[in-house]
Design a protein around this ligand. Structure first.
Ligand SMILES: Cc1cc2nc3c(=O)[nH]c(=O)nc-3n(C[C@H](O)[C@H](O)[C@H](O)COP(=O)(O)OP(=O)(O)OC[C@H]3O[C@@H](n4cnc5c(N)ncnc54)[C@H](O)[C@@H]3O)c2cc1C
Length: 459
């Protein structure tokens, strides 16, 4: 059970991005599992790590438990967009709060996050997209004062790297970007520096209750008692909640990303257009990916909660590829061999393969969109399992289904940018304070009550 300490870590270059090469194991030092904590956090993604930092800063005894490595799942595999642009208006207050926090984080944490206020640009490929963005802007007006529509000519003048004719664009000037692994590790290191205990290879198998209140967790190395538990276990959250009698319609889709070799400066904000998502990093390398297309790996779990997703799936059928392959076999094998109590922990490090067809298609799309640029051959590709909710809004809730339990999950492919605001919100809830943003749209029981809407947008 490796323990993260506040001793100096090897420096992580901005060139590192994919989880396999960016995760530094520090010391082969073993520490006894603490018997108790003020707050136990399950999951070492950006939500868990930022909550750990805010709680440690408030002087609480925090223990964060990660079944594999900090930032090994979505928080280390994403594109790194920090955006308010074209978010569901219900999520905008949280996005705005996060955008206020990001610029001060390097200094507050004492570690680099890779934050840059680069803006975010969505091109309009046709009239339908232009209308959709105009409608969004009208509905978001008071929360999007930094955002404007551009004409086709303005796009051509401002972004000469784009070689395809557009119907204009929408641009949010105060959006930005950060380096996913670096930023998550920055929160982890800063929490450790304030005395938090972060343990890797320490999976949580169950949430413990006593007299109808949360009282701690069972880990693979023993129990820890705590009056508050934050469940931020990403795609495994629903499994842990099942153990306390709660059902969450959370599903997983697989999304493929590539990193190119350094290219000449493209002078683009975080970019989405003609089906391509792109972010150029400080060294010139680009993250490229399909902006909406994802893969669904069929497993025996696929039918669970499908009534919540079927309508949206059928409406957007062309965005999804159904795959029956190794994940099905792995899932079947796990069901036969892994004891039920270990199901939220295994597989510890799931095999999430990039889709080679999408890598190839993105490469070709890049060449058409940016005809003046050198070829963007991927130097590496990876994929991430995105945890999605039926309305593509997260669950951020307290005391459901038991007092003492806080949940932060289901960020549906756009939670990285929200991470600092979510951590701050969780820390407030854990201390019994009123959070600064309205959480009603994120209540966990909205699905049981039928009080939710269709996703605002596919991204
Ligand atoms: C390809 C891709 C692109 C994306 N692009 C963007 C983007 O540009 N901008 C944006 O804002 N968002 C983006 N996202 C979404 C964003 O990455 C996620 O919403 C966010 O990282 C979720 O953070 P998290 O902490 O909830 O989950 P995770 O990062 O998945 O962390 C959950 C952690 O819990 C651990 N865990 C699970 N079960 C247990 C257990 N039983 N015991 C202990 N630990 C456990 C897991 O190992 C994992 O480390 C993208 C996601 C992907 C995959």
């Amino acid at each position: 059970m490796p323990c993260w300490t506040s001793l100096p870590m090897p420096s992580l270059s901005l060139l590192q991005h994919a989880p396999a090469d960016a995760l530094a194991r520090l010391l082969d030092q073993h520490e006894a599992l603490p018997a108790s904590a003020d707050v136990v956090i399950v999951g070492g993604g950006i939500m868990g790590c930022s909550a750990a930092w805010y709680l440690a800063r408030a002087g609480l005894k925090v223990v964060l438990l990660e079944k594999h490595r900090i930032a090994s799942q979505q928080s280390g595999r994403n594109w790194g967009f920090v955006r308010s642009l074209y978010r569901d208006p219900l999520e905008l207050p949280l996005a705005r709060e996060a955008l206020n926090l990001w610029p001060g984080l390097n200094e507050a944490l004492g570690f680099e996050t890779g934050w840059r206020r680069s803006g975010c640009l969505f091109l309009c490929a046709d009239d339908a997209e232009r209308t959709a963005y105009e409608t969004w802007l009208a509905s978001a007006r008071d929360q999007a004062s930094d955002t404007e529509m551009l004409s086709a000519d303005q796009v051509a003048a401002a972004y000469p790297a784009v070689s395809m004719r557009t119907e204009g664009a929408i641009v949010a000037r105060s959006d930005g970007q950060a380096e996913p692994t670096l930023a998550t590790l920055a929160f982890a290191r800063a929490a450790i520096a304030l005395g938090a205990t972060l343990l890797e290879d320490c999976g949580v198998s169950a949430l413990d209750t006593e007299a109808g209140h949360i009282c701690g967790v069972q880990t693979e190395h023993g129990p820890i008692r705590a009056p508050i538990v934050i469940c931020a276990a990403g795609a495994q959250t629903y499994q842990l909640l099942q153990g306390v009698g709660a059902s969450l319609p959370q599903k997983v889709v697989r999304s493929t990303v590539s990193l190119t070799a350094p290219l000449p400066p493209m002078n683009l904000p975080c970019f989405v257009g003609f089906g391509l998502g792109l972010r150029q990093r400080p060294d010139g390398s680009c993250i490229i990916a399909t902006d909406a297309g994802t893969d669904i790996d069929l497993t025996l779990d696929s039918l669970r909660a499908s009534r919540y997703f079927l309508g949206e799936f059928l409406r957007n059928r062309k965005e999804f590829s159904l795959r029956l392959g190794r994940p099905f076999a792995n899932d079947l094998y796990a069901r036969l061999t892994v004891p039920h109590a270990q199901r939220a922990i295994q597989p510890r490090s799931p095999d999430i393969a990039p889709n080679a067809d999408r890598v190839d298609a993105n490469h070709k799309l890049f060449a058409r969109l940016f005809a003046g640029m050198p070829a963007a051959a991927p130097v590496k590709s990876w994929a991430g399992n995105i945890d999605v909710m039926p309305d593509a809004l997260p669950v951020i809730d307290a005391a459901w289904p038991v007092p003492g339990l806080l949940i932060a999950t289901g960020f549906s492919g756009h939670g990285f940018g929200l991470g600092p605001a979510v951590g701050k919100t969780l820390a407030a809830l854990a201390q019994g304070f009123e959070p600064t943003t309205e959480l009603a749209p994120f209540r966990a029981d909205r699905f049981l009550r039928g009080a939710y809407s269709r996703p605002y947008a596919a991204i």
